[in-house]
Design a binder for this molecule. Structure first.
Ligand code: M6R
Length: 614
């Protein structure tokens, strides 16, 4: 987590860095800070958001600096506070650092530094690192670049760092291990950021540093890249990235989350466009086509992911087992990586991640590779760490998702998963032509159907108004709708802070039914495919305990309607695609409830979009 930004060139660095930090606030927003150098270095930092930093800066001179570093924080070591905010400076005040990651052995390094006379004012691991760099620089008589390199060889953990030393006023040193770092190359100017969004209006020429790579970026000598481990010079791989400014701005919507909910028709279209050919019964996902033997002969698939992406993995479990008859296990990446999982050569591990940077999922990918698995990534962010680390994969093409709550990332993940299920079933001869045709035809109808569902946002708003003060919510579904229920509950709790649980509907009577009374709203996904009669019985059980029932039903349904307090209709689609459609009203319900409770939907408390710490 945390976002870092840097600039060195001819422009006024302050506005470049502030704008960049605002774009990176999805990575953390509990404190923010900046170092500016224009003859002398000054550091400004504060608890709060980038707008709080701007207020602070308005009382200081910030113009005229042509070099700067900035940081927006998601706290790991030390509470959010002014003193724990980055940049951190060394004891001499000469070296500044911004850091995204965790230095795991900071306590032992701090002890050695303290014994050597260093003092610390914050609780952070980062302040230890900047002082280690100073200690090495002074004790070994080396320049800042070498001091960074030597220091990092003593560090255990993860980092993307940018370092500035007033004694080298034309240089910024950057390094990466585990956390992402992109460098934008302009004409006689360089931009540094956790992703490319802070600099897309200036340049599309980008270098994504790989793990164990560092660079010295100099106004005079240009860009030099080195290996952190051996110190040898490396040749940079400059890419021309395609990212439009329009896509990372709100485009007239009040919040990114609402914009992203409304982007789903186009996002899903972009996901299957050029890959799904209905009449030809053809699916062309190059990451599969290039490895047909792997998928044809696979004995089992393990899916690793976190949060919403894990819910998408559960849908994949139902679909791959059903359509391709492959046994599938879905694991929380954080559990998988710390067990001793049985993964054999020939196994396929699928990692699902919107950001492609989630630390636990990335570590699970590395572990699976070590154990000989073929690893396939389903990521949204192009060029992200997981996308690069996997053997092959498929991008979701959802476009940038800025709101912390995942919306279009989820439905586009499900779109990729549906295409994969069909292709694997076809490849292994386990899906009939009729079933393939049915699912494929329904899939291409989704953008239009979602567009229509979004027109009923006011109906959902009225339901939100009625339940916005509830203390708890229960979400129930069976079969493919069970993961959809989990996702609905996660959406509500993360942005409205209402306690919500998702359950398989039949599991309710094994415990959660004890919670039900007239104050408990229960959202039931009760569409007509799959286990309809069973879920109708479950609704009866809830009804007889006086809960308020909000049902998502197939258009035209009558039975569930008579049992429910509110009914939201979705079009009839094949069972595997119901989670995509049922997600839309559930996203809107969470959004409106959160807004009515005065919550910050795009930046909910304690969360960050990209969880790059374990
Ligand atoms: O970027 P990833 O898909 O790997 O992120 C995983 C989770 O952190 C993420 O889905 C999280 O649960 C969302 N905030 C849910 O809306």
């Amino acid at each position: 987590m945390c976002g870092i930004v840097g600039y060195i060139g001819q422009r006024d660095a302050y506005p470049v860095i502030i704008k960049g930090l605002k774009r990176l606030e999805y990575r953390g927003y509990d404190s923010a800070g900046i170092t500016l150098f224009g003859g002398a270095a000054h550091v400004l930092k504060t608890k709060g958001k980038v707008t709080d930093l701007e207020k602070l800066a308005s009382t200081h001179a910030s113009a005229g600096a042509t070099l700067g570093l900035g940081h927006t924080r998601w706290a790991t070591h030390g509470v959010p506070s002014d003193v724990n905010a980055h940049p951190h400076t060394s004891n001499s005040g000469k070296i500044s650092i911004v850091h995204n990651g965790i230095i795991e052995n900071y306590a032992s390094i701090k002890k050695i530094l303290t014994e050597n006379g260093f003092t610390f004012s914050s609780d952070t691991d980062t302040e230890v690192l900047v002082n280690l760099i100073e200690y090495i620089k002074l004790s070994q008589g080396v320049k800042i670049g070498e001091a960074v390199q030597i220091s990092l060889s003593q560090v255990v953990g993860a980092y993307a760092i940018a370092v500035f030393d007033v004694e080298r006023p034309n240089e910024i040193v950057v390094a990466k291990l585990g956390s992402p770092l992109a460098i934008g190359i302009g004409k006689d100017e360089y931009f540094i950021a956790s992703d490319a969004s802070p600099f897309i209006e200036y340049t599309n020429r980008t270098i994504y540093l790989e793990d164990n790579e560092m660079a010295v970026i100099s106004r005079k000598k240009g860009f030099r890249m080195y290996s952190i481990v051996g110190g040898e010079a490396l040749t940079p791989n400059i890419q021309e990235i395609q990212l439009s400014l329009e896509k990372i701005e709100k485009g007239g919507f009040e919040h990114f989350m609402l914009k992203e909910i409304h982007e789903q028709p186009n996002a899903i279209l972009d996901t299957f466009r050029g890959r799904l050919f209905v009449e030809e019964q053809q699916i062309n996902i190059s990451g599969i086509e290039q490895h047909l033997d792997v998928f044809k002969n696979v004995d089992r698939i393990t899916i690793v992911a976190c949060g919403t992406s894990w819910h998408a993995g559960l849908v994949a479990e139902y679909l791959f087992e059903d359509a391709a008859r492959i046994p599938v296990e879905v694991e929380y990446a954080s559990e998988f990586r710390y067990r001793n999982p049985v993964i054999n050569k020939g196994d396929v591990v699928i990692a699902i991640s919107q950001s492609g940077e989630t630390a636990d999922t990335l570590a699970a990918v590395k572990l699976a590779k070590e154990k000989g698995a073929f690893v396939f990534g389903i990521c949204n962010v192009v060029g992200s760490s997981i996308a690069r680390e996997t053997h092959s994969g498929a991008y979701t093409h959802a476009g940038p998702e800025i709101g912390v709550a995942s919306t279009k990332a989820f439905t586009t993940q499900l779109t990729v998963i549906t295409m994969m299920g069909l292709r694997l079933g076809q490849l292994r001869g386990t899906i009939s032509k009729e079933a393939f045709d049915r699912v494929a035809r329904h899939l291409v109808e989704l953008p239009k159907q979602i567009g229509n569902l979004l027109k009923f946002a006011n109906q959902i708003k009225a339901i939100a108004e009625e339940y916005k003060d509830a203390a708890n919510f229960l979400y129930l579904g069976r079969g493919y709708n069970f993961p959809a229920a989990l996702e609905g509950a996660l959406k509500l709790k993360e942005i409205s802070y209402i306690h919500a649980e998702g359950y398989p509907a039949a599991e309710m009577k094994h415990g959660p039914i004890a919670l039900i009374d007239e104050n408990m709203p229960v959202v039931v996904i009760a569409t007509n495919k799959g286990h309809y009669e069973k879920i109708v019985s479950n609704i009866q059980e809830i009804k007889s305990r006086n809960a308020k029932i909000i049902s998502i039903v197939t258009k035209g349904d009558e039975s569930v309607k008579t049992l429910s307090d509110h009914v939201i209709e979705i079009p009839e689609v094949t069972e595997a695609l119901v989670p995509i459609l049922s997600s839309i009203p559930l996203q809107l319900l969470s959004y409106y409830i959160a807004i009515m409770r005065g919550c910050n939907v795009d930046q909910p408390r304690n969360l960050a979009k990209s969880v790059t710490v374990e």
